[in-house]
Design a protein around this ligand. Sequence first.
Ligand code: HEC
Length: 198
Amino acid sequence: MFAKKTMSVVIGLAFGAEFLITVWAQVRPGDGPRYVNGSSLARPTDYREWVYVGGGLGLTYEQSRNPQATPRFGNVFVNPSAYRSFMQTGVWPNGTVLVLESRFAGTDEFVSNNGKFQGALRALEAEVKDSRFPDGWAFYNFGTADALRDVAEPLAGEEVQRCITCHTEHTAVERTFVQFYPTLLEAARQKGTVKPGF
Ligand code: HEC
């Protein structure tokens, strides 16, 4: 009698635990890409709570076309699980999402003549590593701040070729500009995953 009761309590607890784990998994999905219709990317709304890997001023490729333009800030964020994985291995795991946020630069004459601060959002782009894509990576453009898309299709044809070419020829690790992200660069150097020449 006693043994039977204990048994049912144990079974009950096991089912309870399984139920809790199932609920927990639904409430806390991974921090990877959220796809719509298979390959379109839902714009990550919480990327500012991700890991900030680095930022540049005037690094954006558009400057080369117009050297007179006021430089813009670029801020790069990555989903936390991918960041942790990169720090341990020096390579990006499947399900990596990198967001490039472009912001206008502001100046304040009372603080400093040459100092610049980050102003309003200008545009948002993203890049996802996923072996389902032919290149292993997909590139997305969410557009400019005045008309941000909630969902972006993966760029295709000539448009994506531009991204891939520059992100292959000038990047230190895989398709990413790790040379501009100090903690990532250090980890990649330790793991020996930096491309020759960087
Ligand atoms: C001519 C070179 C060039 C082209 C073309 C280019 N990028 Fe980049 N990209 C850069 C540089 C340089 C950075 C470093 C960060 C910055 O701009 O401040 C970068 C960074 C990024 C990042 C942050 C993660 C990383 O790879 O380091 C994303 C996301 C990104 N670009 C998306 C795109 C998309 C989408 C396209 C195509 C529409 C594109 N890029 C085309 C040069 C390029």
